[in-house]
Design a protein around this ligand. Structure first.
Ligand SMILES: [Zn+2]
Length: 214
């Protein structure tokens, strides 16, 4: 698979308990990089620290070393599609750290893409150090995340672009309340990742933006 002449590298299982996409990729016989096999074997998120917050920081931990091995496998010329799952309910979405990757996100068939310039991994996620996108799917190891992963793979294989709504994260939700991800709330923002257990926040605040003008 390629994107504008660049090889597309699929990554999944950076968090060991996020098995839906891993099973989907295996079921299709796809070539992909299994992010954290050791954590996957133990069915834990990580061994020492979050692998997807370990890129470009050498801390000597298990995941710090693993992140370097993964970077050795992915050329800066390649583009990455990094599959994740979340305990947050709601539609699947793409994560971008740079708007130039929006055309790649449009190949996923997903309806929503979220630009996280000030990203929750403090700039040390895989897509901070390689061009590409992450995909977030609800359900760690569920039929939903398996099926949604298959839909994304089908969309990528079709090589068609489908328009999506772009959002930009600009802050944290601080007030407890009833929020529905990607449904505009009374305060005028779109909640993202409300219900994700791995982070110590209620959720993220996002606004809709236009790719060309914002
Ligand atoms: Zn993840």
């Amino acid at each position: 698979m390629d994107f504008n002449g660049r090889a597309v590298r699929i990554v999944a299982g950076q968090h060991g308990n996020e098995k839906g996409p891993v099973r989907a990729l295996i079921s299709r016989g796809c070539d992909f990089i299994l992010g954290n096999p050791e954590a996957g074997e133990r069915n834990v998120r990580y061994i020492d620290q979050d692998l997807n917050a370990s890129y470009g920081v050498d801390t000597g931990t298990f995941e710090s070393k693993r992140s370097q091995k993964i970077l050795d496998l992915i050329s800066p010329e390649d583009v990455v599609i990094d599959f994740h799952t979340t305990s947050a309910k709601g539609p699947p979405f793409a994560i971008l750290t740079d708007k130039v990757m929006l055309p790649l996100a449009e190949r996923t068939g997903l309806a929503h893409a979220v630009l996280m310039t000030h990203n929750i991994k403090k700039g040390h996620a895989l897509i901070n150090v390689r061009d590409g996108i992450a995909v977030e799917i609800s359900g760690y190891d569920t039929q939903e995340s398996f099926d949604t992963s298959l839909s994304v793979l089908d969309a990528l294989a079709s090589r068609r672009s489908s328009p999506l709504t772009l959002y930009e994260v600009y802050g944290l939700i601080t007030e407890p309340g009833v929020y529905e991800n990607f449904v505009e709330c009374e305060d005028g923002f779109y909640p993202v990742l409300v219900g994700e257990e791995s982070y110590d926040f209620i959720g993220l605040k996002a606004r809709r933006i236009d790719w060309l003008t914002d």
